[in-house]
Design a protein around this ligand. Structure first.
Ligand code: SAM
Length: 274
């Protein structure tokens, strides 16, 4: 019988955000794979967890994964943790989880904090749909190219950003997406200096330019304003009928929403085309 890989979330700042289950699982496994063993030892000591630790980080992911898979296949249970938050979310772990799946080793989640979800939940920006893009490209050229691609997105864009890059990043967002675009910045979540800035990109640039930006950040860019519909209602109905598999009912609903018209009006027009 193979052992189990437990993917265990740990606090993103406040040690009290550890779950009872996370503590129990970390106590019970024979080995904990941690991004930085010295960093994690502090958390484990705080909870009296004495399980053995082994390093698992971006530079040894491949070799360590195969060693861990061997142990798992021999029946040992292993927990994977990262420095903070949920492993595999802008953190190492993907290779190990993927290898376990391929080898038929059970993978069990022990969920808990993740900075991106924590930030979204208090941002006041739409969260019905969002896109998480990890860290933005570090240099202006790459960042602007990336922003060009996402500037029309009708959903919140969430990313992690280093404090020393925040001002240049905001400057690029003003340039590409405009100063009025809604934005939230969550700083030092769950820690003493927790802060949530909410406003426009331009206002954020002004606010954060006042001093040195410190701490850990999640940046949330609000959705682009709805696009102005192009062409006539008739054209839109015909185009959707030709280019999609949608039913007439769905087409009417979509076009009515796009043009901000009552469904009955668009329905009448659709009848002439069917
Ligand atoms: N796996 C982690 C998670 O689930 O949240 C994220 C790891 S990523 C390498 C680290 C980045 O997450 C930081 O650079 C920062 O952008 C963000 N972050 C982590 N803790 C945070 C906190 N307490 N407040 C705001 N952002 C945080």
């Amino acid at each position: 019988m193979s052992g189990t890989l437990f993917v265990v979330a740990t606090p993103i700042g406040n040690l009290e955000d550890m779950t009872y289950r996370a503590v129990r699982v970390l106590q019970e496994v024979s080995l904990i794979a941690a991004e930085d063993t010295r960093h994690s030892r502090k958390l484990l000591n705080h909870y009296g967890i004495g399980s053995a630790l082994v390093s698992y980080h971006e530079h040894n992911e491949e070799s360590r994964s195969s060693q861990l898979i061997t142990k798992l296949k021999n029946g040992e249970s292993v927990a994977l943790i990262s420095d903070a938050g949920t492993p595999c979310i802008a953190d190492p772990g993907y290779r190990l989880v993927s290898a376990c799946r391929q080898e038929g080793v059970a993978v069990v989640v022990v969920p808990g904090p993740s900075a991106v979800v924590a930030a979204l939940s208090i941002s006041g920006l739409p969260t019905d749909a969002f896109r998480f893009v990890g860290f933005l490209p570090a240099k202006t050229h790459g960042r602007c190219q990336f922003l060009e691609k996402v500037k029309e997105e009708q959903q919140t864009i969430a990313c992690y950003e280093a404090p020393h890059r925040l001002l240049s990043c905001l400057t690029d967002i003003v340039e590409i997406c405009g100063a009025d675009r809604p934005l939230a910045i969550a700083r030092e979540l769950t820690k003493r200096h927790e802060e949530l800035f909410s406003g426009s990109v331009g206002a954020a640039l002004e606010y954060f330019s006042k001093g040195t930006v410190k701490g850990e950040l999640v940046l949330l860019l609000g959705p682009a304003p709805p696009r102005e519909p192009e062409g006539s209602v008739r054209d839109a109905l015909l185009r959707l009928n030709e280019e999609t598999d949608l039913s007439w009912k769905e087409i009417v609903k979509k076009v009515a929403k796009e043009f901000g018209l009552p469904g009955s009006e668009v329905y009448k027009e659709s009848l002439e085309l069917r």
